[in-house]
Design a protein around this ligand. Structure first.
Ligand code: FES
Length: 78
């Protein structure tokens, strides 16, 4: 699975100790759908049923928005 997301920032986010969670860890979003990037906010739960061979687009990059399959991933050798 994969998904297309829109990124508008043009530079890095600087993190410090105030960015740690209750457990002292920092959770960085890798799904691209968090509303508080660069941090994970649990939005990745919307992706758990994505097919391995598809690329998705969520309306307005909103995990609760309409999800469309926009492409199929074709792996070499298949
Ligand atoms: S990994 Fe993106 S919201 Fe958790």
């Amino acid at each position: 699975m994969a998904r297309e997301v829109t990124h508008e920032e043009r530079g890095p986010a600087r993190l410090d100790e105030s960015d740690t969670g209750d457990d002292g860890m920092i959770y960085v979003c890798q799904c691209g759908l968090s509303g508080s990037r660069p941090f994970c906010d649990g939005s990745h739960n919307a992706t758990t049923d994505e097919a391995d061979d598809a690329v998705y687009k969520y309306e307005d990059d909103d995990p609760d928005g309409e999800r469309r399959e926009i492409a199929e991933i074709v792996y070499e050798g298949e």
